[in-house]
Design a protein around this ligand. Sequence first.
Ligand SMILES: Nc1ncnc2c1ncn2[C@@H]1O[C@H](COP(=O)(O)OP(=O)(O)OP(=O)(O)O)[C@@H](O)[C@H]1O
Length: 283
Amino acid sequence: MSCQEPSEAPFVAVHDACKTYPSADGTVHALDHVDLQVPRGRFVSVIGPSGCGKSTLLRLVAGLEEPDGGQVRICSRSAAEARADKMIGFVPQVPALLPWLDVLGNVRLLEKVNRSGTARRRRAAAPARSGLASDPVALLTRLGLGDVLNRRPGQLSGGMQQRTAIARAFALEPQVLLMDEPFSALDEFTRESAQLQLLDVWQELRTTVVFVTHSIAEAVLLSDTVVVMAARPGRIAGVVDVGLDRPRHHGLLDSADMHDHEHRIREILGRAWDPLDPARGAA
Ligand SMILES: Nc1ncnc2c1ncn2[C@@H]1O[C@H](COP(=O)(O)OP(=O)(O)OP(=O)(O)O)[C@@H](O)[C@H]1O
């Protein structure tokens, strides 16, 4: 299913979304009047402390849950419609790979299972399409997995498993790719190389991405925009546009520009956390 919106119109638009859950102590306001706009082809990260509603927001955008109030639109469709049209890809925290298939088999599986949907998505993506997503071997090689195509998940490190899950998500050519802390379980070195490989593939495919993370450095390195959330109730505390040139590289991690962006995000988080700060009420 293609989207004819102008490229600068929000491709993902969350408007005034509220979501509550019952809890033992009453009601949890997981999301309180949240707005989020993601233009097509942008990489947007959502960062915030545990419990501020990041995963809830992602589930609403994925069409897995409905907001209690407000709206979620993916290219003028409801999230549920976009999900039914297979416009949305999801990379969870824990890669759900099929243990009896090798790396290549895992990436090719959904394409085989859903041939008509794959053909439809490819026709829809045709004008802007790079051949990379339709070539699982090339995709896996770019993600550093060219030597392990025939290994099964049990024979892979955690980082390799997660990159296989990312390759599978890109291979389905979703219009929006949602990633929920995909690198959180990785050690720092593995995480850094996985970030670079993801950036390399994204740079070519330019899929619209919403990426949840706890890492400020990761959010800045990867994103065009970082959305900072605060908890109790879950809300948007601020938005930081990342003006760093692309393609990005790890040398950036030590640059003054990078530190400046990180500092701005830390300030927003700090204000949102400090109950004595008058700015908290305005967040
Ligand atoms: N299905 C649910 N039932 C009850 N409460 C829920 C449910 N899902 C989320 N919550 C509550 O909503 C709030 C937001 O949860 P959510 O998982 O979205 O936060 P998060 O920012 O993703 O947290 P983390 O960074 O720890 O993953 C939390 O207080 C959580 O306990």
